[in-house]
Ligand binder design. Structure first.
Ligand code: ACO
Length: 311
């Protein structure tokens, strides 16, 4: 890239301009966005699976309707994000191929199992809570289509977080067995939720450049700290215990001191060795293959309709 063009681009970013699809951008900026947005889209799509498992087992008709709506929202988020990535010159077929062949990453969190109904509460509360913490600042990200997609996604994620917390309130104040299920879900999802923000800043290879381009607005550790600060009082309100003996309020930094997740486990999950990696990817590929007849039907119909219009 020409140094003058790069400097002019950086000046636009520094001024707070939004970059739009047809405008000039450095190759690295384009590639980083494709990587981040497509990983984000894949996370929404694969993220339907752990909760999809519980649609048929929701305890009431109302809970089932809510869960169904939430999982459909996630499909919608995936589709907006694929559309945003397509404006950067990658096709949806290429992105699907990257996901289905296992070359593309999606959020580590979705490689953990959802074992009980309380997990639907913990996923909404913690996983969607962590997603919002990361995505609210992304509404100000420098790439126009991505920032605009985030606005609606964040509104829907807030509803998802509230519905999860509502399940947790019911469970935590239910029978002793239900309270234990709620605590067990918190115990299993706490550290995986902390991992969602990515490796610690010293191990984050992309943060510095992504922040200079305002693709990312905050570092991984900043957002993790913010999440802990907001979530601990919510756990206290539920009467549940965050599974971290080192957790304590630190008045000097006006935030909690807390234990880091097991980063070896995190990198293993990224390599494909988490508890459910193979199962999730397998389910995704199967869904894609089972839908082939439907995609073919749609294409045949669209071709016929185009011929009719032409003729
Ligand atoms: N799960 C899987 N991979 C991860 C995770 C995670 N929780 N955190 C980091 N990584 C990967 C990065 O993608 C990167 O790998 P790559 O070079 O092969 O792409 C590597 O670990 C190093 O991490 P960083 O340098 O910190 O990467 P980055 O600057 O992209 O930051 C982050 C990671 C914070 C997840 C960022 O990409 C982001 O904000 N993405 C948008 C939000 C998103 O994807 N959310 C999904 C959450 S779930 C949901 O929304 C439904």
């Amino acid at each position: 890239d020409d140094p003058g063009m790069l400097a002019a681009f950086q000046a636009r970013i520094d001024r707070g301009d939004k970059i739009e699809p047809k405008e000039w951008m450095p190759e690295g900026y384009r590639k980083t966005l494709i990587r981040q947005i497509s990983q984000h889209a894949h996370s929404e799509i694969v993220g339907q699976l752990p909760e999809g498992n519980w649609i048929t087992r929701a305890p009431t008709l109302q809970r089932k309707a809510i869960l169904l709506a939430k999982v459909q929202d996630e499909a919608g988020h995936g589709l907006y994000l694929y559309s945003a990535a397509e404006t950067l010159g990658i096709s949806r077929d290429e992105m699907f191929e990257q996901l289905h062949s296992g070359r593309a990453k999606y959020s580590s969190i979705f490689n953990y199992p959802t074992l009980t109904w309380a997990d639907m509460g913990a996923v909404g509360w913690l996983v969607d809570g962590a997603a919002i913490m990361n995505q609210v600042p992304l509404q100000r990200t420098s790439y126009g289509p991505y920032s605009r997609a985030m606005i609606r996604i964040c509104k829907e994620e807030s509803f998802h977080q509230r519905q999860g917390y509502h399940i947790m309130m019911k469970m935590a104040r239910g029978t002793e067995a239900q309270r234990e299920m709620a605590q067990d879900a918190l115990d299993r999802f706490w550290y995986p939720a902390l991992m969602m923000f990515g490796p610690s800043d010293k191990d984050s290879v992309h943060s510095q450049q992504s922040m200079a381009w305002k693709i990312k607005i905050n570092t991984n550790d900043e957002l993790r700290q913010r999440f802990v600060n907001e979530t601990v009082p919510q756990a206290e309100f539920l009467g549940l215990t965050v599974p971290d003996p080192e957790l304590r309020w630190n008045p000097d930094k006006e935030g909690y001191d807390f234990s880091q997740p097991d980063w070896d486990e995190f990198f293993e999950v990224l390599k494909g060795n988490g508890p459910c990696n193979r199962e999730r990817l397998g389910a995704r590929v199967r869904a894609w293959e089972d839908g082939a007849w439907f995609r073919e039907g749609l294409t045949a119909y669209a071709d016929k309709a185009a011929q009719r219009r032409a003729g």
